[in-house]
Design a protein around this ligand. Structure first.
Ligand code: FES
Length: 318
């Protein structure tokens, strides 16, 4: 078995707090209280859990807070088991290996107004963004929090509610708000962002079509179903370091092909949103199909859970 080399940072669970609505808030620190690798607002970390599962969460603390990684986990009884393990088995003092943080928001500080729309636990990346904005004295932002009943993570939201930055939309009281009314018409001096259930993100993306793409940020927790690619074609996948290759049929997964070659690639979402399965590519023409890599990253990397190939031969840096 060949394993893709991954760098993990050893952390220890410092605190576990109740975040309400079936949510727990975890704080990880370095075992010797050294600083942790830096992160952007709402960046993701992969947790390498004791039972072999890898799960990805958004950081919700201020990136200036260099000694802690704070993230919220909702217990999903019908999920894949990661949140249940974290809720039921993990205790303060436990050691957890985490990936280097990746992704997150490059906040467009030159824009005069930022508007965020969050559903439920989707508020976490914007808590991190709000902390950075307030620290930098950038007060012209609004976080619309859409929730059914009392909002989760009330302790983290309280100072933002008090400062007038958060508007709570309780759908149990007033129904679902009109996303178009929340974000307003496309503006060259404004930026908008959304994180929440897929249906909310769908409404947001539909509404945001008139906005310039650089002014729109979407964070997903759950990978949307990957549509069948009618252009998918067969290709030969080559591993540069060993020279081994495998034929990949149209519509077959590159991840499955690597598994067939006995290559162990870390995965989390398996839907092109978390970036855990990133590998380098050297030759060929990848078809990316992910929602995580930047155009610059795509020039040298791909996500094997969703990528295909437009060329007959694709060479990976493996
Ligand atoms: S496993 Fe999440 S992007 Fe591939």
């Amino acid at each position: 078995m060949t394993a893709v080399r991954i760098i993990t940072v050893k952390t220890v669970v410092d605190r576990i707090e109740d975040g309400g609505a079936g949510i727990k808030l975890f704080t990880l620190v370095d075992p010797d209280r050294w600083e942790l690798p830096p992160f952007k607002p709402g960046a993701h970390i992969d947790l390498h859990l004791a039972n072999g599962m890898i799960r990805t969460y958004s950081l919700c603390n201020d990136p200036a807070d260099k000694t802690r990684y704070v993230f919220a986990v909702k217990r999903e009884a019908d999920g894949r088991g990661g949140s249940i393990h974290l809720h039921d088995d993990v205790r303060p003092g436990d050691v957890i290996g985490v990936s280097l943080p990746r992704g997150g928001m490059q906040l467009p500080l030159h824009l005069s107004r930022l508007t965020f729309v969050a559903g439920g636990i989707g508020v976490t990346p914007f808590l991190s963004a709000a902390a950075q904005l307030r620290r930098l004295g950038r007060d012209t932002f609004t976080l619309h929090m859409i929730t059914r009943g009392p909002p989760p993570l009330a302790d983290l939201l309280a100072p933002l509610i008090e400062s007038g930055h958060v508007v709570i939309h309780d759908t149990a009281v007033a129904g679902r708000p009109d996303i178009a009314a929340l974000i307003g018409p496309a503006a060259t001096d404004g930026g908008i962002g959304c994180c929440g259930p897929e249906s909310m993100i769908g409404d947001f993306e539909q509404t945001a079509q008139d906005w310039s793409a650089e002014h729109v940020h979407v964070e997903r927790f759950v990978a949307p179903p990957l549509p069948v690619d009618p252009q998918a074609r067969p290709y030969t996948l080559v591993l540069a370091r060993s020279g081994r290759d495998i034929a990949v049929g149209p519509g077959e997964s590159m991840l499955q092909a690597l598994t067939a070659l006995d290559v162990d690639v870390p995965t989390s979402c398996c839907g092109g949103i978390c970036g855990a399965c990133k590998v380098g590519w050297l030759e060929g023409e990848p078809v990316h199909r992910d929602r995580a890599l930047s155009p610059a990253e795509r020039t040298r990397s791909l996500l094997v859970c969703v990528a295909g190939s437009a060329s007959d031969r694709l060479v990976l840096d493996l």
